[in-house]
Design a protein around this ligand. Structure first.
Ligand code: GLU
Length: 304
């Protein structure tokens, strides 16, 4: 790993803090609405075992939709390609919580990273298991990936979203009406809100993302063909209707969440987690996206 990475990260941290436009925090989840937007942390875990960070890399944040990468990995491990009968693999070109597309496409969500798709993946994971067991399995996967047992679900965030998640309830009820939900909407959504409410620091998330680097130097949690496919979905669908823009600006597979986190993968090289809670108009971290673009350019990191 180039020796100037620590300097690049600390310069990025300084650059991000010198600008006053931090974006807007996700206010539709009341528990997240009070978070100060002017925070920024970044961490890079490399295939050769190094960890570099700058800024607020030790502040826990709600990973929200970044968890969808981990739940998809667990669901594919359990159900294999059967899962694709229930959810597609195409970019949506729509907002993360769009209802209109789900109706137009008769209840088969475009991909597993938009809300409707992740609700179906969660429903699939509940087959033959109680919510508590399913959540235990997801959290254990994340802890194993991060080699860190100190990763937990924030109950207050999960409850706050459950009490105000009307759009997600609309999506789940629509899925149920088309036969693409096997469990009661309350049960599937309760599980979904809880895994979205996992908290991690940027350091922990960068460590957890290493299972997607695909390097012989790292312990293997899933097989390489599946790693490549998860990365392909992250590139094409990981930033909702901002996925094309992120691929153009950054050129790396990545998944965002409305908590302001982004997990990006440099295949064969590193896992990068960046966090800044203010969002851009697509619901992706404003400063996180800017920082990823700068980091990728300065490091020469791109899959293209
Ligand atoms: N729990 C959030 C929701 O369902 C996740 C969305 C996101 O992070 O993009 O609205």
């Amino acid at each position: 790993m180039p020796s100037h990475l620590p300097e690049i990260l600390s310069q990025l941290n300084a650059d991000m803090r010198s600008d006053s436009d931090w974006g807007e925090v996700a206010a539709y989840i009341p528990e997240l609405a009070g978070i100060a937007p002017d925070q920024f942390g970044i961490a890079v875990a490399t295939a050769d075992g190094q960890l570099y960070s700058a800024g607020d890399a030790e502040t826990p944040f709600s990973v929200q939709s970044v968890t969808k990468v981990f739940t998809l990995a667990v669901a594919l491990g359990r159900s294999g390609d059967q899962l694709w009968k229930r959810v597609g693999r195409e970019p949506s070109g729509r907002a993360f919580n769009s209802i209109v597309q789900l109706e137009a496409e008769e209840g088969r969500p475009r991909n597993p990273f938009i809300n409707a798709g992740a609700i179906v993946v969660t429903d699939e994971l509940l087959a033959g298991r109680a919510p508590r067991e399913t959540l235990g399995e997801i959290v254990q996967f994340v802890r194993t990936a991060a080699e860190d047992e100190d990763i937990h679900i924030n109950q207050r965030v999960a409850e706050s979203e459950n009490a105000h998640g009307h759009r997600n309830y609309a999506l789940a009820h629509f899925l149920a009406s088309t036969g693409n939900l096997k469990n009661a909407p309350e049960k599937t959504l309760g599980t979904y809100f809880h895994h979205c409410a996992i908290e991690m620091t940027a350091r922990q998330l960068a460590m957890a993302g290493r299972f997607l680097i695909d390097s012989p130097q790292l312990p293997r949690m899933i097989m390489p063909p599946r790693i490549r496919r998860l990365n392909a979905l992250m590139l094409t669908c990981g930033h909702y209707d901002g996925s094309g823009d992120f691929a153009y600006r950054v050129g790396l597979p990545a998944k965002s969440g409305v908590g302001g986190g982004i997990l990006a993968i440099v295949p064969g090289v590193a896992s990068v987690a960046v966090w800044s809670p203010g969002l851009n108009r697509y619901g992706n971290s404003l400063k996180g996206t800017e920082a990823m673009a700068l980091l990728a350019r300065q490091m020469g990191w791109s899959i293209f």
